[in-house]
Write a protein that binds this ligand. Sequence first.
Ligand SMILES: Nc1ncnc2c1ncn2[C@@H]1O[C@H](COP(=O)(O)OP(=O)(O)OP(=O)(O)O)[C@@H](O)[C@H]1O
Ligand SMILES: O=C(O)[C@H](O)[C@@H](O)[C@H](O)[C@H](O)CO
Length: 229
Amino acid sequence: MLSAGERSQPHATIVDTVSKARIMPNIAANGTNGVTSSTSKPAQMQHIWVVTGPAGCGKSTVGNVLRTELGIPFLEGDDFHPAANKDKMGKGIPLTDEDRWDWLISLRQAAINALSPSEANNFHPPAGVVVACSALKQKYRDVMRVAAYGSSLVQIHFVYLKLTEDVLLQRVSQRQSHYMKSSMVQSQLAVLEEPKGEWDAITINVEGTMEDVHRNVIDAVTEKLAEYK
Ligand SMILES: Nc1ncnc2c1ncn2[C@@H]1O[C@H](COP(=O)(O)OP(=O)(O)OP(=O)(O)O)[C@@H](O)[C@H]1O
Ligand SMILES: O=C(O)[C@H](O)[C@@H](O)[C@H](O)[C@H](O)CO
């Protein structure tokens, strides 16, 4: 049984061909590799907040709230789907594992890039990054976990937005001009593996009003961050 903060060994169900050297970010806040000199500030922790759940559960909505609250970048997972995936979902055809691997790997790399010193962040890496990514299955979350592999200064968290099929259908039905229609809800729930027992996951019931949900998410993230003080 892992205690909080202890890093589980991600399940090696996916063997990425990407070498560690290519994906490990140079993430220390002071631009070092986490080693601090007497003159530089201690390197800060960086947190990857992956907001997960089936289509329509509120990932984009909550992701934007966390972006603002934490003052860190936000990556919209939908933007990383190739057109073929969007076309497939738009036609009411569920994606397969094969459709998702490259999408997950590109989203993971974008999260790593967002944490690294760059001109985009004036070479002052952010305290983290928010990623909206359904990550329906545990092995998909394992692909994302590789982003924090081997670095004591990067911690990944999954914020799972939990709601009933009825509420999910209601939200997707009411949403305007989105390729994901309510006919896809059941197929999303059919493959969904809730992150039970995954120590780096926070489950939040999101059936309340936007105001209540946003408060609950912010409270949960603030409480989790306090563990790293
Ligand atoms: N707490 C809430 N109460 C009522 N409606 C909500 C709530 N949260 C989100 N919504 C609405 O539900 C719909 C789906 O939200 P959102 O697009 O954020 O979900 P998503 O998980 O990102 O979906 P997808 O994965 O398909 O992109 C939107 O119309 C949004 O305005
Ligand atoms: O894995 C998937 O099937 C997709 O990522 C959906 O879960 C997303 O919500 C999609 O982006 C629809 O908007």
